[in-house]
Design a protein around this ligand. Sequence first.
Ligand code: GTP
Ligand code: MG
Length: 219
Amino acid sequence: MHRPIFISATNTDVGKTTMALKLAQLYNDKGIKTLLTKPIETGINTQEKSDADLFLETNQQIDPDLILDDISFYRYVLAASPFVATRFEPHLPLIEFKYIEKRLKTLQERCDLLIIEGVGGLLVPLDEKVRIVDLALYLKAKLLLVSGSKLGMLNDLLLNLHYLSANKIPCQIAINMLDNRAYYQTSKPYVDYLNNNLKEPILVFQEQQDLLLNRLLES
Ligand code: GTP
Ligand code: MG
């Protein structure tokens, strides 16, 4: 059994779910039985399928008996950070890392590899005390940070790198490159420069998938 992968990001909406689905597909194709989970999700009542709904569809190809409650434990209507969303539904139980850990252990017994999606970006507050990065650390998961590729990504990336290195948090970083022309023109030269000084270079998911898959299993 592999250590779980925890997917966070430099910001919300940069491609955690998209990358998680793709990673699960690639690992499953390699014969590594992989399941996806979204322990905490907010903004669940939109017209679109929630992240956990998408994960469940993919998971059911591997394990048809799974239901939504097996993969998503705290679900809130308001599309906001859990700190804010929980305030609108005070009747719901408080988020507890111990409970999440217990539920994830059960899920882990049904697969070789568990991919866990966080909420929003790395420092999204869950309550007064903890942020989503604290959950990844509590679970002793391997952290994968997804970065966007649009103009503005460098600022987000540098802030995240600063936080990770100041707190000595090991992490793999993968850029979700939506538009390669825009990325190559506006950001790549600086990422290349950064990579000269990083022990584990920042990867571009669309170009270095195999390397990322291997790194995530090794680290
Ligand atoms: P939250 O969970 O809401 O924080 O977002 P996220 O980080 O999981 O991002 P998600 O994967 O949902 O992607 C955000 C939006 O960008 C979605 O509408 C995706 O369809 C779109 N998107 C992400 N990656 C790609 C990609 O590689 N290509 C295209 N065309 N669209 C993408
Ligand atoms: Mg998502």
